[in-house]
Write a protein that binds this ligand. Structure first.
Ligand code: XIL
Length: 353
């Protein structure tokens, strides 16, 4: 072999070697399966209309989730500008997006003391006129979204923490202690098919609030007042409350023949403010926590599993950051729209043992 051939052989040899080592790096991992394709129940996301013109938000949300809750736009404050004055645009846009993407819509929420518009909070008319205005509002909103909204949170957070007493909201002050039953009936009258939920936080660990919610359900059922399910918001931390508390509340709802919606799930990993970045260890703890919650939900009878809804898409969008004032990473996607270990925890918990 002359020197030139030696040289060529050497080059070929190097080429073969570097090819074997793959200069582009290891094969990219398989993309994770979409929750909406894997879950035997709807998986939802709270979404804001302001994101509808951002292709990354819309594509990740639509690819991943099969249900949508308006994070703000279907509450009373944004919709109601006065008696008979309705601002539909943002809610309509969200509903239209969901329809195109084949996502079901969960309506949130007809009455919530935190989003009562000023004209109702300071209502000038009589109590009877107040109730007529509420009935008119509920009837109009439920009727408008009849074809698109599968379920409504009729009332959100009606009971006080710790005492479990009915919150002394403007609704209770104006309509009296039995107002919950009447507003559920107004919603049913407006749409005989929509599913009606009562939604609240803290019921797994706040014994008096839990008792109050279950007593309301028992009372409704004994009087034939319509109710189809109970939403547990599940704004939890990576350690609290114990999973057994969540399971016990879900079982209490199921034993009454109602559906369970884990309606606003997020898992705080920095409740004590000790982190400035999300550590691998805390991320793993969050994955396990999401996994145990989804597993507990999977253990319910299938006709009682209404849905699990994440309260937001990406960590930096979470309401918890401003609410608690700590850095937080409570959701399934990071700032770059990449699924986190918590996403895998959700996915793994869906697989049969
Ligand atoms: C929050 C939204 O995430 C915020 O964007 C909005 O400003 C206020 O409401 N319990 C509920 C939700 O039932 O409606 C709340 O959502 C979070 C607490």
């Amino acid at each position: 072999m002359n020197i030139r051939l030696h040289y060529l052989a050497l080059i070929l040899c190097f080429a073969a070697l570097s090819c074997a080592q793959d200069p582009t790096g290891p094969e990219p991992p398989e993309p994770l399966a979409a929750l909406r394709d894997e879950a035997p129940f709807p998986v939802g996301v709270a979404f804001q209309a302001s994101r509808l013109n951002n292709a990354q938000y819309t594509s990740v949300a639509a690819r991943t989730f099969s249900s949508l809750t308006a994070e703000w736009e279907m509450k009373m404050n944004p919709i109601s500008g006065g008696r008979g004055i309705y601002n539909w645009q943002a809610a309509d846009d969200l509903v239209a997006f969901a329809r195109v993407q084949g996502m079901q819509v969960h309506g949130h929420t007809l009455l919530w003391h935190e989003t009562t518009p000023a004209w109702l909070e300071n209502f000038a008319g009589s109590d009877q006129e107040f109730e007529e205005a509420i009935q008119e509002y509920i009837t109009t909103v439920v009727d408008r979204y009849k074809d698109d909204v599968a379920s409504w949170d009729v009332v959100n957070e009606a009971f006080d923490n710790n005492t479990g007493l009915l919150r002394n909201s403007v609704y209770r002050r104006r309509m009296g202690d039995d107002y919950l039953a009447r507003v559920f009936q107004y919603a049913r009258d407006a749409d005989p098919n929509v599913l009606l939920f009562y939604n609240d936080y803290g019921t797994p660990y706040d014994a008096n609030k839990r008792a109050a919610v279950l007593a309301m359900v028992d009372d409704f059922q004994s009087r034939g007042i319509p109710i189809d399910g109970v939403g547990l918001q599940v704004h939890v931390t990576y350690t609290f409350p114990p999973i057994g508390d969540i399971t016990a509340m879900m079982d209490a709802i199921v034993s009454r023949g109602l559906k369970v919606h884990l309606s606003e799930l997020d898992v705080r990993v920095n409740p004590d403010g000790d982190l400035t970045t999300l550590t691998p260890a805390r991320s793993q703890a969050q994955k396990e926590r999401v996994g145990e919650i989804v597993s507990a939900f999977m253990a319910l009878p299938s006709d009682k599993r209404y849905a699990i809804t994440m309260w937001g898409l990406r960590d930096p969008d979470s309401w918890l950051i401003s609410f608690w004032g700590n850095p937080e990473w409570p959701l399934l996607f990071d700032a770059d729209f990449a699924p986190k270990p918590a996403y895998e925890g959700f996915l793994e918990a869906l697989q049969p043992e």
